[in-house]
Design a protein around this ligand. Structure first.
Ligand code: AMP
Length: 585
């Protein structure tokens, strides 16, 4: 049997994946990188460059380099590269050829068939151009599938019941939101919206401007406005952005950005995650509007959605996850790396098409929530000993997260970081994993010394906790290697989540029936009357028996909180009934 690959041919990045022993995996290039930037160019000497190499020369030699060609697919837009003009599908074919080579090297066999993904909004012409590109690259294109469909396949959503899924895809240069309906093998795109000029690149540019502003404040002059300096600052901005997805602060250092007389000028600045969030908030608001439009086109309400899936590297930004959750009232499903899930889904589809046995994607998750003991401000004052979760249970590993804590007392010299795993809100009720101290804190009033606590949980299940005081940089750390990793398929995760939700719903139902309609217990007199009536039941004629049963049912309904009848009235009716029945019988 020949094997077939799945390809995510993205605007910014592309990936190729394969199913092996039922499991999908993304294939790395020779440099170990799973992602191939969708960038093509020629070096000064005319050598073809694809991917990161091409991207590196983009700013310095734009006349020999092209990126984001996907925006032009299906048109006859020509790109001059070196001494030749290329059509969009010819450039895409170069990227696909490079992915083919990557797969063949990684698997040491030749690969001839592929499933390639395209955005849901692609027209026939754009789909045809993609297919042609695949064929030029040497593939038999088994199928062109929609990106949101591939993402849904990666999440193993092929259940018999219809699921409505919102796929929010924010990559480097494009944004799409699709509402899809999935039943078994069939995925129908109900509505799709987006902005093909919005993505992580815009966040980089906003942060780049912010860095320029900081430089101006530090040195009283502008950063030189030349392509090389701009490219350096853009790269630094992107790295800072990525760091801020897992850290609350990051330090940017760029040496020799300019000079004043004979003095070289450098940029050194600390950026807080909140600074970055303020810069990108307005752009993210736009994406929420697109969600609303897609939902309204699909004539659905947020409550109608069974699931939200995040796709694209930019959705790793925590603010995006929070904004979507508070906008739609539902947390996105996580489990699969958002920038790889389209390629993984495409490979599963390819596997199915060539008759391979395909399993759900396995992901490693953190088995218990991880966090530290912390004091919390409550209406009764500050209460110590709460469990402050830093890495929630079922987070996909590797995972890095940080939280910032403040000192409790004036001139506090030391903080003790006690690390626990578990789900109880009281720290001591969880499993202690160890503790360490950060000492020599600067002498300052309570609340003004900040300590960033960073959790790093790697693929081998090793947890490293580091705490850093922000002012002087005092540090302490702890390594724990017995935290255990549990492998779950995405299907198992959804099942476990559904079970948990059902449990909560059950709980809520019990609670709400208890609070809405408190159960009434019968008074001792009424209980005695009810018992007497039951013993009498056998001696009654049918009509009387029916009348009594009706009365007892009404009393029971009131007692169970299902009726607003007046119990006193029912009691006197029962007394009357018993009085007349005992006289007659
Ligand atoms: P994609 O097109 O899906 O490969 O996404 C690429 C975009 O995701 C680029 O703008 C990256 O800078 C961005 N990106 C990748 N990883 C992260 C991260 N951890 N945090 C924020 N943005 C990221």
């Amino acid at each position: 049997m020949t094997r077939a690959v799945g390809i995510d041919l993205g605007t910014t990045n592309s990936e190729v994946a394969i199913v092996e022993n039922g499991q999908a995996r993304v294939l790395p290039g020779e440099d170990g990188d799973l992602i191939l930037p969708s960038c093509v160019g020629f070096s000064e000497t005319g050598k073809l460059l694809v991917g990161r190499e091409a991207l590196r020369q983009y700013e310095a030699a734009p006349e020999r380099t092209v990126k984001s060609i996907k925006r032009w697919m299906g048109t006859d837009h020509k790109t001059l590269l070196g001494d030749r003009e290329y059509l969009p599908h010819e450039i895409s074919a170069i990227i696909l050829r490079s992915l083919k080579q990557r797969a063949e090297t990684a698997l040491a066999e030749s690969i001839a068939q592929a499933v390639i993904t395209v955005p849901a909004y692609f027209t026939d012409a754009q789909r045809q151009a993609t297919k042609t590109a695949g064929e030029i690259a040497g593939f038999e294109v088994l199928q062109i599938i929609n990106e949101p469909t591939a993402a849904a396949i990666a999440y193993d959503l092929r259940s018999e019941e219809t699921e409505r899924v919102l796929v929010y895809d924010l990559g480097g240069g494009t944004f799409d939101v699709s509402v899809v309906e999935i039943t078994g093998e069939v995925t129908e795109v109900l509505a799709s919206h987006g902005n093909n000029r919005l993505g992580g690149d815009d966040f980089d540019r906003r942060l780049q401007l912010h860095l320029k502003e900081l430089f101006r404040k530090q040195h009283g002059m502008d950063v030189p406005d030349d392509p090389v300096t701009n490219a350096r600052l853009l790269r630094t901005a992107e790295q800072a952005k990525i760091d801020l997805s897992t850290h609350a602060f990051t330090t940017v250092r760029e040496a020799f950005l300019g000079s004043k007389g004979k003095t070289a000028l450098h940029l050194e600045a600390e950026i807080a995650r909140t600074d970055f969030e303020n810069l990108i908030h307005p752009l993210l608001d736009e994406t929420l509007e697109a969600i609303d439009r897609a939902l309204s086109d699909a004539t659905l309400q947020p409550d109608d959605l069974d699931r939200i899936i995040l796709v694209g590297g930019s959705t790793r930004i925590p603010l995006i996850q929070h904004m979507i959750e508070s906008h739609l009232g539902q947390a996105p499903t996580d489990g699969i790396q958002p920038d790889l899930c389209v390629a993984l889904g495409a490979s599963l589809q390819a596997g199915v098409l060539v008759g391979e046995a395909v399993d759900a994607i396995l992901v490693d998750v953190v088995p218990h929530s991880l966090g530290i003991a912390a004091a919390m401000s409550t209406p009764m004052g500050i209460v110590p000993g709460f469990f402050s979760v830093v890495v929630p249970r079922n987070s996909v590993i590797p995972v890095s997260r940080s939280e910032v804590y403040s000192t409790l007392f004036d001139s506090q010299e030391t903080v003790e970081i006690e690390v626990f795993q578990g789900e109880n809100p009281i720290a001591e009720e969880n499993v202690p994993l160890g503790s360490f101290k950060v000492e020599d804190l600067p002498s300052q009033p309570a609340g003004s010394v900040q300590v960033e606590v960073h959790f790093d949980f790697d693929l081998n299940g090793i947890l490293t906790v580091t705490a850093t005081e922000k002012g002087k940089g005092q540090q302490g750390s702890l390594i724990v290697s017995n935290t255990g990793v549990h492998r779950l398929s995405s299907h198992e995760i959804s099942q476990a989540r559904a079970d948990l939700e059902a449990l909560f719903e059950q709980d809520e139902a019990i609670e709400s029936s208890a609070s809405d309609s408190p159960i009434v217990t019968l008074s001792p007199e009424l209980s005695v009357l009810v018992d007497r009536a039951r013993t009498l039941a056998d001696s009654l004629d049918d009509e009387q028996a029916d009348e009594l049963q009706d009365l007892l049912d009404q009393i029971e309904a009131v007692a169970e909180g299902n009726s607003d009848e007046d119990l006193e009235v029912l009691q006197s009716e029962l007394e009357d009934f018993l009085y007349y029945a005992s006289r007659e019988n």
